[in-house]
Ligand binder design. Structure first.
Ligand code: AMP
Ligand code: ZN
Length: 733
């Protein structure tokens, strides 16, 4: 039987279900006002592996995963403005049900894509309002709840065990309460069970306390009790659920039913992306759909999650996902090979020891990375292939990588099959050169020949194999060589950090070429993870334009990182960074060259900004010294970069990055100079116009914070000598 780390007892414990041969398990499921991202999916994968291991031990698992279609709303209004998204959808004429049905359906689709076994029940919160009301009534009857101003609160002081899961007590607990203190609460630690509906609220239900809606946590107490009983075995979620969600759930359920709520609490650590917490406001939230659109097999993500223990943070990168995809393809190829072997005759091979080693690993706190290493040890062992296959398919009952779906042979279209047999005859005649030429022909038809076992076998290339053949790509700016220390080879380098929209890219790059004729110059375009055909267009364009060089990123590496790739690769004396919305309409290189010849100038460009308070930057400097230059067009000398540095890559979104970078120049004593008469025009700035208001606010706020934390106390760098800084006190209120 599985042993697992219990957050409640802080120990790894063997699971002893309350009922013989049957385990009850509850998983905090998705909030269906938005997409489930790959971090959420990692948490559901953990529950899936728990279930598979327990089932393989001969137990039945009854699994419930709730769908949250109410309750989080208040919390999210505070944290992410989630309600604004809903309001926007409602304004478009969609109903709340349309929205929740849509996201629930994409959630089920994504779970299926990565082989997460469907729960036996997916209860929806709004279908269980009477059950929630009934628990609140029991809490009132048991003296754990009080009514104030139409709201019902849980009285934390009455529940002795409060804090036993999260170990949050006293002061810590107070700090953990995120929202501003509600004056109707007796104690700031108290939490809402039922909230009176405010004027104009649509989503509300009648209750003994008037029209209102449930608190955040009560849904899980109610649905768990309804489907699993007052006490059950396993409850899973992500670590962010421990407090307050699960702590409050324990208080409610134990307060209402008077018995222990859950025997084993299991929490998955978070998934980070590119080293940072996955958050919309950081622009590093990834969906399974995006991985698929970049050519990945969704099961590669499942494989990747096997490589990191659930209790450890997992840093998602495209480099690691590519490695996972490669390993998975390799495993599938082995299975394909083994499936072609004749049945094994003679004495049976002893596979029992392998089996036992496997079970010891997976039952030991879900050591999937260990089990995966064992699998590779098995692959490399000298066991007969047939025995490897049998074991592998057994292991895969737990892994869930669909290895049994690998066919013994693939369907190959007639023309490809003909080429393969022609190649076979050439090889028989030892004409290896001609045979190799046919292998390439097969490859260009989208198929791969493998000769490992002597018998040539053929399979279609995976989407990723085809993708990788199209062009090389980088996953981060670190992978790109820097030429910054080498002498200049051109007078000018243009850099465009492109985000798709081929027509914008064509317009911008076209204007670079048109107005640099006769100049010594190069054009570097960073294809920052486009999936809309921009990459293909750039490949063709580069092939026909020797001045143009394209660097593809396998995902959006962020604005600063994309630009840094261009900076590192540039070899021009002067660098001009343009935005895709900008278009050159006349000779800009002569004036730029002239201005940058002045050694006191740091950044030169047309659209200068000023500020008096570091908080509001105004687009008003038409000529002369400015506090910052907007990134639609900024030019500077390449030789300054070793002193000034590259851009700060925590800026994944463009906003304020330009201002931040200007301050790097000013700190080193260089001036920012504007001249609106540079022949440029600005078109629609899609990186901005594509966002809804909510996203704009959030992304801007985060970047503004990054800027202020670094430069807020440096008003001395501004032109206006009376300017006020906003220093660090701004953040420590
Ligand atoms: P939510 O839809 O926000 O209720 O989250 C669904 C589940 O995903 C919860 O169990 C969360 O704890 C979990 N979760 C949220 N963010 C992450 C993350 N970055 N990595 C792993 N799990 C997460
Ligand atoms: Zn929950």
């Amino acid at each position: 039987m599985l042993s697992i780390y219990n957050t409640l007892t802080k120990r790894v414990e063997e699971i002893q279900p309350a009922r013989a041969k049957s385990v009850s398990m509850y998983t905090c499921g998705p909030t269906v006002y938005r997409d489930a991202h790959i971090g959420n999916l990692r948490t559901y994968l953990m529950a899936d592996w728990i279930r598979r291991v327990i089932e393989a031990s001969g137990y039945e698992v009854y699994h419930v995963k709730n769908i949250t279609d109410v309750g989080h709303m208040r919390q999210e209004l505070v944290e992410t403005g989630g309600d604004k998204v809903i309001l926007a959808a409602l304004a478009e004429g969609k109903t709340v049900q349309d929205i929740t049905q849509y996201y629930a359906q994409t959630f089920h689709r994504d779970e299926a894509r990565i082989n997460i076994m469907p729960a036996h029940e997916f209860p929806w919160a709004t279908d269980h309002i009477p059950e929630m009301i009934s628990i609140v009534q029991r809490l009132e009857a048991n003296g754990y709840a009080y009514l104030n101003g139409g709201n019902v609160y849980f009285d934390v002081s009455k529940f002795e065990g409060y804090g036993k899961l999260s170990r949050n007590t006293g002061a810590d607990l107070l700090e953990g309460v995120r929202a501003e203190v509600d004056p109707l609460k007796r104690d700031p630690r108290d939490f809402t069970l039922w909230k009176a509906a405010e004027e104009g609220r649509d989503l509300k239900w009648p209750s003994p306390w008037g029209d209102g809606f449930p608190g955040w946590h009560i849904e899980c107490s109610a649905m768990a009790e309804k489907y699993l009983g007052e006490e059950f075995d396993i409850h899973t979620g992500g670590v962010d659920n421990i407090f307050p969600h699960h702590e409050d759930e324990i208080a409610q359920s134990e307060g209402a039913f008077g018995k222990p709520h859950v025997r084993y609490w299991v929490h998955a650590q978070h998934l980070l992306a590119d080293g940072a917490k996955m958050a919309k406001s950081s622009g590093n939230v990834f969906l399974l759909d995006e991985l698929i659109s970049r050519g990945f097999d969704p099961l590669s993500f499942r494989y990747l999650c096997l490589t990191i223990r659930y209790r450890h943070r997992m840093n998602f990168t495209f480099t690691s996902l590519k490695a996972a995809e490669k390993a998975l393809t390799n495993l599938r190829n082995r299975v394909w090979t083994w499936k072609n072997l004749p049945p094994l005759n003679g004495s049976a091979v002893d596979i029992e020891e392998w089996r036992q080693r496997f079970w010891r690993l997976v039952e030991n706190d879900l050591d999937m990375p260990g089990a995966l290493s064992l699998t590779w040890e098995l692959v490399r062992s000298d066991l007969p292939g047939q025995a490897k296959l049998a074991l592998m398919l057994e292991f895969d009952q737990i892994f869930g990588l669909d290895l049994d779906q690998v066919p013994a042979s693939y369907n190959v279209p007639e023309p490809v099959a003909v080429t393969v047999s022609r190649r076979g005859s050439l090889r028989d005649q030892s004409d290896y050169t001609a045979a190799d030429a046919l292998r390439s022909e097969v490859a260009s038809q989208g198929y791969l020949l493998e000769d490992t076992t002597g018998v040539p076998r053929i399979r279609p290339k995976t989407a990723m194999e085809q993708q990788l053949e199209r062009w090389p790509s980088v996953s981060s700016s670190r992978e790109v060589e820097s030429y910054l220390g080498s002498p200049s080879e051109f007078d000018f380098t243009f850099i465009l950090n492109a985000y798709g929209h081929p027509e914008d890219v064509q317009r911008c790059v076209g204007s670079m070429l048109r107005y640099s004729e006769g100049y010594s110059s190069e054009v570097i375009v960073i294809d920052n993870g486009s999936t809309d055909g921009t990459g293909d267009w750039l490949e063709d364009f580069q092939a026909n334009n020797p001045k143009v060089r394209v660097i593809h990123c396998d995902h959006n590496v962020g604005d600063a990182a994309g630009k840094n790739i261009g900076l590192k690769q540039s070899r021009g004396k002067n660098i001009i960074i343009l935005d895709g919305s900008a278009e050159i309409v006349g000779d800009i290189l002569a004036p730029i060259g002239e201005r940058l010849a002045d050694q006191s100038v740091g950044i030169f460009g047309p659209y200068g900004l000023t500020t008096d308070d570091m908080q509001h930057f105004h687009e008003e400097v038409e000529q002369g010294e400015a506090d910052a230059m907007q990134a639609y067009c900024m030019a500077f000398r390449r030789e300054l970069l070793p002193t000034v540095g590259l851009m700060r890559e925590c800026f994944r979104f463009y906003r304020n990055l330009d201002i931040d970078y200007c301050f790097q120049f000013k700190e080193k004593g260089y001036h920012i100079i504007a001249d609106i008469s540079l022949p440029l025009v600005r078109h629609e700035h899609r990186q901005w116009t594509e966002l809804d208001e909510n996203q704009r606010d959030e992304l801007s706020r985060k970047n503004f914070g990054r800027f202020l934390r670094r430069w807020g106390n440096r008003p001395d760098l501004l032109i206006n000598p009376e300017a006020q800084g906003v220093g660090s006190s701004f953040f420590h209120h």
